[in-house]
Design a protein around this ligand. Structure first.
Ligand SMILES: NC(=O)c1ccc[n+]([C@@H]2O[C@H](COP(=O)([O-])OP(=O)(O)OC[C@H]3O[C@@H](n4cnc5c(N)ncnc54)[C@H](O)[C@@H]3O)[C@@H](O)[C@H]2O)c1
Ligand SMILES: Clc1ccc(-c2cccn3cc(-c4ccccc4)nc23)cc1
Length: 502
């Protein structure tokens, strides 16, 4: 494993005597089974799969592998739990909120342990697990806890002697399929709005991830069958969810390629509702307001080792400041501390697995071959590990693979531009449309550029400013629908119009 403060990266300063959160020693992983009806089950086919610590390659534990039969059992439990008159349907709306708050309380109680497990599982630096993944998970739960008794219908004034009342009802059984880059956060982004609206859930974490939430859900007191967790692989357990005739909605987060399979399976089975949070090739446009942009765009590019759908992978810099921007970006990158993700001083860990590592290195090599200028990094940190140096290319051209393909690694591509209009056109010339950013102190320009960018989120003089209150989702092939905020509630509700003659 790369040691902190090695020659090719930032020197790890002494940990200040501040009360820094520290990882805890993990004795054993308690919950590795399939969680159905508030009970833990072994795999119907008797199979398990190992999970590994990407920083060391050491096996963490074996997880029971769910397959179609296990998904069927989970859906049966979820359907029963969601029937009218069931314990879950008889829970008051405000009590649904209390249960979500209780789950958040338990996550706060176990925050250090959960953050440690998240880091062991994914290789993300411990302080990011603690301050982003756990903080975001808890805030998402509490935000939707607040909505449970505020989901109102309307009384509509209609012509003639009729009256219409609308009622927001649960969709029913919600399937959820989530990626490996934010295991806990994506889990809570899915179950919090679903439960807030009174649904039941069958959720599949990504294959390499341990299932951390089942114990907390059990302790929180949700009735049996409300949340069911089926760890397994995409083409088996994931596909079984997408095509299941008794699942009423599927929420997917992952690659655009798989998102297309999910939407196809949903259509061909029972036309279940679908929300998709997919890939991105996110542009930043930097006008001549410099230092903030250097730091924010670089944090956006390298956050979570670039394993983030919102990665700031394309930075368009006004020609007059391009050279200075590149110079300062290189200086800024030298402060990054590559090392043991469990060390609070580390800001850059390993990629998740060998397959992703090889894909990223192949794209880096393509950038060199196609003529982009390698300004920093560009290589593995050391033999046989999954660590890749933070990498900066300049002189990138729009036709290059690194300019078009989602890399999902620590690679920042810097482009220069002369005209604002051209920069906007180039930023929009992507199949993706997830997020973008503009850096300028001219607010007329900020408003006009943000209006022209074809993405679901536009950040102005900031990056990765996500909050439970703000909607998140993509234009074009970055997805369908919105997560977070009040907007997500519509994705988990059916509206019934009750028209009556008066
Ligand atoms: N838009 C967002 O909010 C967001 C967030 C995180 C990651 N992502 C995207 O996810 C990708 C990286 O994550 P990943 O490698 O886990 O993505 P992935 O698409 O390979 O897998 C995502 C999930 O889908 C499952 N899956 C795979 N094949 C399946 C199939 N045929 N049927 C059903 N389920 C299947 C996987 O097991 C996993 O749980 C990147 O493209 C990234 O941009 C998007
Ligand atoms: Cl997919 C994705 C997930 C997380 C981030 C992310 C990156 C950096 C900072 N954050 C803060 C939050 C957040 C999410 C929900 C509630 C409150 C805060 N989220 C992030 C970026 C992309």
């Amino acid at each position: 494993m790369a040691q902190n403060g090695t020659a090719e990266n930032g020197v790890a300063e002494e940990i200040p005597a501040l009360p820094f959160p520290q990882p805890v020693k993990v004795q054993d992983i308690r919950h590795t089974k399939i969680f159905i009806d508030n009970e833990w089950h072994t795999s119907s086919r008797g199979r398990t799969f190992p999970t590994f610590n990407p920083a060391t390659g050491v096996r963490i534990c074996d997880v029971e592998e769910a397959d179609k039969e296990d998904v069927d059992k989970a859906v049966e439990a979820a359907k029963a739990a969601g029937q009218r008159g069931s314990p879950w349907r008889r829970v008051d709306a405000s009590s649904r909120g209390r249960l979500l708050h209780k789950l958040a309380d338990l996550m706060e109680r176990d925050r250090l342990l959960l953050a440690t497990l998240e880091t062991l599982d994914t290789g993300k630096p411990f302080l990011q697990s603690f301050f982003i993944d756990l903080d975001g998970s808890i805030k998402t739960l509490r935000y939707y806890a607040g909505w449970t008794d505020k989901i109102h219908g309307k009384s509509l004034p209609i012509d003639g002697s009729f009256m219409c009342l609308t009622k927001h009802e649960p969709v029913g059984v919600c399937g959820a399929i989530i990626p490996w880059n934010f295991p806990l956060l994506m889990f809570m982004w899915k179950i919090a709005p679903a439960l807030s609206c009174g649904n039941t859930v069958v959720i599949k974490p990504a294959d390499p991830c341990i299932n951390m939430a089942s114990g907390l859900l059990f302790q929180a007191g949700f009735p049996p069958g409300v949340v069911n967790i089926v760890p397994g692989f995409g083409p088996t357990a994931g596909a079984a969810i997408a095509c299941h005739m008794n699942i009423d909605k599927v929420a997917f987060t992952g690659s655009t390629e798989v998102g297309q399979l999910i939407k196809e399976a949903a259509a061909k089975s029972n036309l279940k509702r679908v929300t998709l949070e997919l890939g991105g090739k996110n542009p930043c446009i930097v006008f001549a307001d410099l230092q903030l942009a250097v730091e924010e765009t670089q944090k956006g590019a390298f956050y979570n080792q670039g394993q983030c759908c919102t990665a700031a992978s394309r930075v368009f810099v006004e020609e007059s400041i391009h050279e200075e921007f590149v110079r300062r970006s290189i200086e800024n990158a030298k402060k990054i501390v590559i090392g043991d993700p469990l060390d609070p001083r580390t800001s850059h860990g390993p990629q998740i697995d060998r397959q992703q590592f090889d894909k990223i290195m192949d794209l880096i090599e393509s950038g060199k071959k196609e003529g982009a200028k390698l300004e920093y990094g560009g290589a593995a940190v050391e033999e046989k590990s999954l660590f890749i140096q933070p990498t900066i290319f300049s002189g990138v051209k729009d036709h290059m693979r690194i300019a078009k393909e989602e890399i999902f690694g620590p690679v920042q591509c810097i482009f220069s531009f002369k005209s604002q209009q051209k920069a906007i056109e180039r930023a929009n010339s992507s199949q993706y449309g997830l997020v973008s950013a503009v850096f300028t102190t001219n607010m007329d320009r900020a408003l006009s550029v943000s209006a022209a960018l074809e993405t679901g989120t536009v950040w102005i003089n900031c990056y990765n400013a996500l909050h439970a209150q703000t909607p998140f989702g993509g234009y074009k092939m970055s997805g369908n629908g919105r997560e977070l905020g009040e907007y997500a509630l519509a994705e988990y509700s059916e509206v019934k119009a009750k028209n009556t003659k008066t």
